[in-house]
Design a protein around this ligand. Structure first.
Ligand code: THG
Length: 367
């Protein structure tokens, strides 16, 4: 028998796990101490289906940390160097969370529900502890907790049609990273146009566990002729799209500049944010940058796998074969001293081209 992850109370199940199992899930990962499906048919079959049809994703492991109270906005702004002062109710913003040394602790979608109520829809790290520690240390009037809210993704080119059938035509004019309160069986829930793919889609923030399975079933009944299937964040699609995965591509040893997330900062905004002084001081001083690499053939890079030697040694962060472009895609944090002098890198005798992230389309299409 292949080794498994032993299920315990710590590897929390979601309100959708029974349906995910019934749909034939073949693998899980653990994310925010919770099960996150990782493959259904195969990574490649899941990829093609996602790009052509519509999938329902149990992304409940994208846990929310809720900030609630008079100082909620103040705490949210303290945690991220992205200016939140212009955020409107029901708007989301992709906003890195950084510590006082400018390092990345998480890269959530920050959602303003109202002035005194915010969610951070988290990647995989323990931000509730950090937020509560800051609230206590700064003496803020805010509650910090994990609400029983479970995002359900509806992703793929047919997602708007499916969502309109279940939630009504109002979903059609939701703009990217905005949301509406829409009702399912009489329960209002936050529905946003977002999700960890570039195939288009929505996320439903299911706030009543008893409606989780009925909602799942309603999506599958309404989507039968759309070829709806259970799916999950797909490693191939997200690398082709240039989406970053916290914990794999970057972690708390990296700063936002190295990861290319500097477009999500507002260094000159008149905001009070813990990391801003450090980030201003370190702008343009980084020695490494997360880059893409494209190889004409695949090879094995069992983690941890290191590229180059000595002071240039660097670990492969993510990799996979693109069946669409017939290229082996890899992300690595490369020393600028290397990329200043070289446009290629040879690994196991295969020479790859160094690129930006996302991979430029013309590089993907190169023969
Ligand atoms: N949805 C929700 N929560 C999440 C994720 C999600 N939590 C974990 C993880 N994903 C957080 N990380 C990301 C990374 C990228 C994006 C969203 C969440 C993303 N980025 C777009 C891009 O890079 O093109 C757009 C960002 C922007 O322009 O603001 O979508 O997926 N609920």
């Amino acid at each position: 028998m292949a080794p498994i992850i032993t299920p315990t109370r710590r590897t929390r199940r979601t309100h959708f796990t029974r349906r995910v199992e019934a749909a034939g899930v073949k693998g899980f990962t653990v994310y925010n101490h919770m099960l996150l499906p990782s493959v259904f048919e195969s990574p490649e079959a899941d990829y093609w289906h996602l790009c052509e049809h519509v999938q329902v994703w149990d992304v409940a492991a994208e846990r929310q940390v809720e900030l609630k109270g008079p100082d909620a906005a103040k705490l949210a702004q303290l945690m991220t160097p992205r200016d939140l002062s212009n955020a409107q109710p029901l708007q989301g913003k992709y906003a890195p969370i950084c510590d006082a040394r400018g390092r990345i602790l998480n890269d959530p979608v920050v959602i303003k529900l109202s002035d005194e109520r915010w969610w951070m829809s988290l990647a995989d790290s323990d931000i509730k502890l950090w937020a509560d520690g800051l609230a206590q240390g700064y003496g803020l009037d805010v509650e910090v907790f994990e609400p029983d809210v479970s995002p359900l993704g509806v992703q793929g080119p047919k997602s708007t049609e499916l969502m309109a059938r279940v939630f009504g035509a109002e979903v059609r004019d939701i703009r990217f990273f905005w949301g509406k309160m829409l009702s399912f069986e009489g329960q209002e829930m936050y529905v946003a146009r977002s999700g960890w793919s570039k195939q288009g889609g929505f996320e439903i923030y299911v706030n009543n566990g008893e409606l989780a399975e009925p909602l799942w079933d309603a999506l599958f009944t309404a989507g039968e002729d759309l070829n709806v299937r259970a799916g999950c964040p797909n490693g191939i699609e997200r690398m082709e799209a240039g989406l970053l995965s916290y914990g794999s591509d970057m972690d708390e040893t990296n700063n936002v500049f190295e990861c290319g997330l500097d477009s999500y900062l507002n260094l000159d905004a008149p905001i009070e944010s813990l990391s801003l002084p450090a980030l201003k001081a370190m702008a343009n001083t980084q020695t490494h940058k997360l880059r893409g690499l494209l190889f004409p053939e695949a090879f094995d890079v069992p983690a941890p796998y290191y590229l180059m030697d000595d002071d240039q040694r660097t670990e492969v962060r993510s990799s996979c074969w693109s069946p669409r472009y017939k290229k082996f895609m890899l992300y690595a944090m490369l020393p600028l001293s290397y990329t200043a002098a070289n446009e290629t890198l040879t690994v196991q005798g295969v020479t790859g081209t160094i690129t930006d992230i996302p991979f430029p389309k013309e590089k993907l299409l190169e023969p």
